[in-house]
Design a protein around this ligand. Structure first.
Ligand code: GDP
Ligand code: IMO
Ligand code: MG
Length: 404
């Protein structure tokens, strides 16, 4: 067996949570491989809407094992709240596994994130301020605290040593904020991590694949936010592309199977950085309103624009996508004209214009039932990027999905 991947091809928020939830019934294991609570993955089913930050989107399916891989960074405080809100729905969480090698976000990491953004001023990244960058810096700087450390005798000493280093850095930024309350909550929340099985994800997955178990790796953020291939420096601090799943779980490249690449029928971006097809007019506002484009983690309005097929094509090859998945097609239902960027001339997007379909696609589950203009739009995208859309999403709910 191989590990299938599902990842975002744009700037995040493509609908990964929904589609993982749709696909979960085909898999034994769902595994997150990078990022942390900067992610907000929304699932909707049976009238329930739920946002996950650290926990894989397979958690609502009984009998599925969910794994938080070594590549993920965990904020114990957010993790504890997530577990509590899931358990309130009477969902069993005991099958959740956590890699001992996943890194911990300390309260001072969050402060450093804030201090760094303030210091950058108008050049700020627009970080979610969840401490992601500083935590990955400590990981690669070989100073980090890992989940496995919570059971070591000198865990508090290790914590204090790292905290002291952070306090020195915060002084450099002249950043002062009381830490006592957060620190207390942090140590209390560490206890909720202890309740789960802490494992070596690489060994676990190796044995599961040998035992013929199926695995879906769930990406966070999107390819255009990748630390190497995204619009640096306006990126996140992990490898969001397919290769990140290998290092973030401990699986070799030749063990990767299908790669599901997800994108919206338009584009959004939350935070700073270039967005060539961004709309600053009433059409952009309309997409934001109809698509409810507000961040699932921070509530910030998402910038909206037309689909960029040049960027999409690149994301498809850096990930070697085998299956495309288009989401939020229904958001364009009322658009008279729809543009997609097919080229750049002097750094400016060149658009191809489509006639809108001006009828509701919401909840459609059969491809042939889509209006003709919507089919023309999808076919053009498929031909342009030379890849087939095997999943088309026509609404936020689990059942509002076309599987081809
Ligand atoms: P993720 O981070 O990739 O999991 O995506 P988010 O959850 O941050 O953002 C996607 C938003 O779009 C969520 O509010 C979803 O409920 C919603 N959504 C997902 N698919 C569709 C769709 O096909 N149509 C509509 N209208 N909403 C969708
Ligand atoms: P999901 O998994 C959209 C963006 C932030 C900021 C940049 C760096 O829900 O798709 P960070 O907090 O990582 O230092 O922020 O990346 N960003 C996201 N945008 N969806 C996400 O996750 C994101 N995670 C980070 O807005 O521009
Ligand atoms: Mg999101």
């Amino acid at each position: 067996m191989k590990v299938d991947l599902l990842l975002g091809l744009q700037w995040g928020d493509e609908g990964k949570g929904k589609i993982v939830d749709v696909l979960t019934s085909n898999y034994d294991i769902i595994a997150r491989f990078q990022g942390g609570p900067n992610a907000g993955h929304t699932l909707e089913f049976d009238g329930i809407k739920h946002v996950l930050h650290t926990i894989p989107s397979g958690i609502f399916n009984a009998g599925v094992t969910n794994l938080i891989g070594n590549g993920v960074v965990i904020d114990p405080i957010i993790f504890k709240k997530e577990i509590e809100s899931i358990e309130k729905l009477n969902i069993e969480t005991s099958e959740l596994l956590i890699s001992k090698k996943a890194h911990l976000i300390l309260p001072t990491h969050k402060m450093l994130d804030k201090a760094s953004e303030i210091a950058k001023g108008k050049n700020k990244i627009g970080s979610t301020l969840k401490g992601i960058g500083p935590t990955y810096m400590d990981k690669t700087g070989r100073n980090g605290l890992r989940v496995g450390d919570i059971n070591s005798e000198n865990f508090e000493d290790k914590y204090n040593k790292l905290k002291e280093k952070h306090i020195t850095l915060l002084k450099f930024y002249s950043f002062e904020e009381s830490i006592d309350e957060l620190e207390k909550e942090w140590f209390e929340s560490i206890e909720s991590i202890r309740k789960f099985k802490l494992i070596d994800s690489e060994e676990f997955l190796h044995n599961q694949l040998l035992a013929n178990k199926s695995v879906l790796a769930e990406g966070a953020q999107g390819s255009l936010l990748d630390i190497d291939f995204g619009s640096y420096p306006f990126v996140t601090s992990s490898n969001t592309i397919a290769a990140g799943a290998c290092t973030g779980l401990g699986v070799a490249p030749n063990k990767i199977g299908e790669v599901f690449g997800i994108f919206k029928a338009y584009c959004t971006r939350v935070g700073s950085g270039p967005f060539p097809t961004e709309l600053f007019d009433s059409i952009g506002e309309e997409i934001q309103r109809v698509g409810n484009e507000f961040g699932a983690t921070t509530g910030r309005p998402r910038r909206c624009g037309w689909l960029d097929l040049v960027a999409l094509k690149k994301a498809i090859f850096t990930n070697s996508v085998t299956d495309l998945c288009i989401t939020k097609l229904d958001v364009l239902d009322e658009m008279k004209k729809i543009n997609v960027c097919i080229d750049y001339e002097d750094d400016l997007p060149v658009y191809k214009e489509f006639e809108g379909w001006l009828s509701s696609t919401e909840g459609i589950t059969e491809y042939d039932s889509l209006p003709n203009n919507a089919q023309i739009f999808i076919k053009y995208i498929e031909d342009f990027v030379k890849s087939k859309a095997s999943i088309i999403s026509t609404g936020p709910s689990r059942d509002q999905t076309i599987l081809r």
